[in-house]
Design a protein. Structure first.
Length: 586
């Protein structure tokens, strides 16, 4: 993308100390384009106690349009701070459009990039060539907003936008029903910024160690203050440091209970440039979020900032973090947070190096490549297979019939397997895995659990024994597999719950194996071609001896895509039945 005019209607103010998606995006797009960053107009009427915030905003409005660099301009617009009233909203939309035109005289055919659904009224006012909705939050779940109206505005924007970017898996699942051009782009971080070598901040050096730290917005609707207080009381030998604004977006936030604890320290906001100096001084990093509609839609950017610094992360087990579970310590209670801190403190240096390496996959440089590929309309990444509509419909019909019949016929076996797992190794019976499907679309599927609990964490110790050349982990005699699990794997019985994914349409009976999200992040553009079709329960690779070379695996997947026919699907299904009955799968 080069030489475009881009209007970024942000969900933040440019001068905020902490940097979020809209800041990082604007800075990078402005390198080759003309960008107008429009400060957030907010989403709720300010409370009287927020007088300083109101005064600060008025000063920015008075300063007019600011030129940050050759490609980036910032507008702090004036709007009436009233929300939920249709007449006022229409007036504010007109005011905002007028101020944008004044800031960019001669504005023609811009790209309109919105972070707030309340601004859907701007769509169509500038003759824009493209409308992007960057969904980073469950906006209707935020405090003190007109939730019903926000939900309606968002639905309208979803149906109007040319492209929708969803920053978490739960947001993606919720939004894609309204727009077929919805892409899952998980939050990323300025990993180089947080990975750089630096000296620990002076004021942090004065605080006793070990230190558990949090960096971000300190608000009651996201942070679980009761949980944090309980952990601080249970771990008096630890210092708990919180850095960031207090109550931004939620004026009801009260921290008095935490302030009474001598080992809890609020350091206030710190410049973004200095944050690596603070994170470097943490012995462990915290994400002690509540579980609510807002947080369940959030994939915290700070998670990748912490990983980039190599720090162990103890976090609430949010559904958005499920695909990254092997890279942090999930916790649901004060006792679990406390125990995880003890384990984190005893880690060896190799764990830190692994986290830094993982974080590099979630950098803004990598994200911009993906964004520009989508917006430039280059389809080479997921070329459409040569299938007629009739062939596609017949394949789908075949999937539904076979999956339905197998679920009915095998239902007694499914119950026996569930009972065997429960008796031998307890709950859970099913293992939920987060994988990537056709065209890079993430989805969740289930298998019968065949491994011990905590298998993801044990895997970090087994990486050196990986027998698969490439970004996929495979190991014969994997010590994480239970005795019952070995039997299930030998006859591929652990795969049977995926029949539900076939019925739902996420998978097919035959197709390439779906990669895990972290595997997908390591794929090259060429390797991602295997996602041109729906993933399958079985594949040409499964019935070809499961070669351990990843390139050979890819070759077989590409051969399937290029040679596909219903006859080939039937051949693979028959060969799969033979392989399964002979117990040659594991």
């Amino acid at each position: 993308m080069n030489g475009e005019t881009i209007l970024i209607l942000a969900n933040a103010e440019w001068d905020w100390a902490n940097r979020v998606n809209c800041h990082h995006l604007a800075e990078r797009l402005a390198r080759d384009n003309r960008v107008l960053f429009v400060d957030t107009i907010g989403g709720r009427t300010p409370a009287p106690r927020e007088f300083t915030k109101i005064a600060r905003r008025l000063r920015r409005i008075a300063s007019g349009v600011r030129r940050i660099n050759a490609g980036l301009t910032v507008l702090s617009p004036f709007v009436l701070p009233v929300y939920g009233n249709d007449a006022i909203r229409a007036l504010n939309t007109a005011l905002l459009a007028w101020q944008i035109r004044r800031a960019l005289p001669g504005l023609t055919r811009p790209i309109l990039w919105l972070f707030l659904p309340s601004l859907v009224g701007l769509v169509g006012r500038f003759g824009e060539k493209l409308v992007v909705y960057h969904c980073i939050d469950q906006h209707a779940a935020n405090p003190n907003v007109p939730a019903r109206q926000v939900a309606a505005w968002e639905q309208q924007l979803l149906q109007t936008a040319d492209v929708v970017f969803a920053s978490s898996s739960t947001l993606f699942e919720a939004k894609r029903a309204f727009n077929a051009n919805t892409f899952y782009l998980p939050n990323v971080a300025d990993t180089e910024h947080f990975a750089r070598a630096c000296r620990v901040a002076d004021d942090l050096q004065e605080i006793p160690r070990p230190i558990a730290g949090f960096v971000g917005n300190i608000t009651a609707y996201k942070l679980d203050f009761d949980l944090l207080a309980a952990v601080a009381q249970a771990k008096p030998e630890w210092s708990f440091v919180l850095i960031g604004p207090i109550g931004r977006g939620d004026p009801s936030t009260k921290i008095s209970n935490l302030q009474t604890l001598t080992n809890v320290h609020f350091l206030g906001e710190r410049p973004y440039a200095d944050l690596p100096r603070y994170v470097k001084g943490f012995d462990a990093c915290l994400i002690p979020f509540k579980q609510n509609d807002s947080t369940r839609g959030s994939l915290p950017m700070k998670f990748f900032e912490y990983l980039a610094a190599g720090k162990p992360v103890v976090a609430t087990d949010l559904p958005t973090l499920a695909e990254f579970r092997e890279f942090f310590y999930p916790a649901a209670s004060a006792a679990e947070f406390s125990a995880a801190l003890d384990v984190a403190l005893k880690e060896d240096a190799t764990c830190a190096a692994q986290r830094v390496e993982i974080a590099r996959r979630y950098s803004w440089d990598a994200r911009m490549v993906e964004i520009e590929r989508i917006l430039d309309g280059r389809p080479s990444r997921f070329p459409k297979p040569r299938r007629s509509e009739l062939q596609t419909a017949l394949k789908r019909l075949l999937d539904i019939v076979i999956a339905s019949v197998l679920l009915v016929v095998l239902s007694p076996l499914l119950l026996l397997i569930a009972l065997a797992i429960r008796v031998s190794s307890g709950s859970p019976i099913l293992f939920e895995w987060n994988v990537v499907g056709q065209n890079g679309r993430p989805f969740k599927s289930n298998k019968f659990r065949t491994m011990v609990t905590g298998a993801d964490r044990i895997k970090q110790q087994l990486v050196a024994q990986n027998e698969m050349r490439g970004p996929v982990f495979k190991m014969k005699g994997d010590p994480r597999v239970t005795p019952v699990g070995r039997i299930l794997r030998k006859y591929s019985l652990d795969e049977l719950p995926q029949l539900w994914s076939v019925l739902k349409g996420d998978m097919s009976m035959v197709g390439p194996r779906p990669p895990l999200r972290y595997e997908y992040e390591q794929f090259t553009e060429r390797q991602k071609r295997k996602l041109a079709v729906k993933p399958g329960m079985t594949s040409l690779w499964h019935v070809s001896g499961k070669p351990s070379d990843f390139e050979e695996w890819l070759r077989l997947d590409f051969e399937y895509i290029d040679r596909w026919s219903l006859r080939l699907d039937f051949e693979i299904l028959i060969k799969t039945a033979v392989v399964v009955l002979r117990g040659k799968n594991y």
